[in-house]
Ligand binder design. Structure first.
Ligand SMILES: Nc1ncnc2c1ncn2[C@@H]1O[C@H](COP(=O)(O)OP(=O)(O)OP(=O)(O)O)[C@@H](O)[C@H]1O
Ligand SMILES: [Mg+2]
Length: 163
């Protein structure tokens, strides 16, 4: 079973388009973690996911100072998106005090800098890692953990570029 998918994005637009395709594979209750150095493209990928869910992608920005943003989908059947930046959290356990627990089950959680809170992440999650290849190219790797590992074939067919 495929549990890791490695893709290359050669532009901001490709990263956003990838996020839009990935959005079709995400469901309420999913946890998605995003890691990669400053400027790797985590926020742009989340912008694509938000657009793919029908939310306004222009409102997507790193929640650096407020730590958490919420994006409402245009379509009531789609989940709420909760976008968290863990970069400035002092302790991993602080993640659990941000106030999303009441809506977590009906939301997709997207966590930038999840490496800072790895101790408190659930066993079931989609891990995304972004790496600089050049000024405009990024390697983007998806790894499914727990139950999400069983969904990687679907995620692969939704996100793999057509030849
Ligand atoms: N292929 C690409 N995909 C995504 N971003 C790209 C790409 N090529 C260049 N960029 C640039 O890289 C930067 C990515 O910024 P972004 O805010 O998405 O990164 P980030 O990983 O969220 O950083 P931070 O850790 O500071 O929140 C932007 O300036 C964008 O224009
Ligand atoms: Mg960011």
């Amino acid at each position: 079973m495929t549990d890791t998918i490695e893709l290359t994005s050669n532009s901001v637009e490709q990263t956003i388009a990838l996020g839009e395709k990935l959005a079709n594979c995400l469901h309420a209750g999913d946890w998605v973690t995003l890691d990669g150095e400053l400027g790797a493209g985590k926020t742009h990928l989340i912008r694509g996911i938000a657009q793919g869910m029908g939310a306004d992608g222009h409102t997507v920005a790193s929640p650096t100072f407020v730590l958490m943003h919420e994006y409402e989908p245009a379509d009531q059947d789609k989940p709420l998106l909760i976008h968290i930046d863990a970069y400035r959290l002092e302790r991993p356990a602080d993640l659990l005090n941000l106030g999303f627990e009441d809506v977590a089950e009906e939301s997709v959680l997207l966590i930038e800098w999840a490496c800072k809170v790895s101790d408190v992440l659930p066993d079931d999650r989609l891990q995304i890692t972004l790496k600089h290849l050049s000024d405009s190219s990024r390697q983007i790797t998806f790894t499914g953990y727990g139950q999400v590992a069983g969904r990687m074939t679907d995620i692969e067919s939704a996100t793999r570029p057509r030849k």
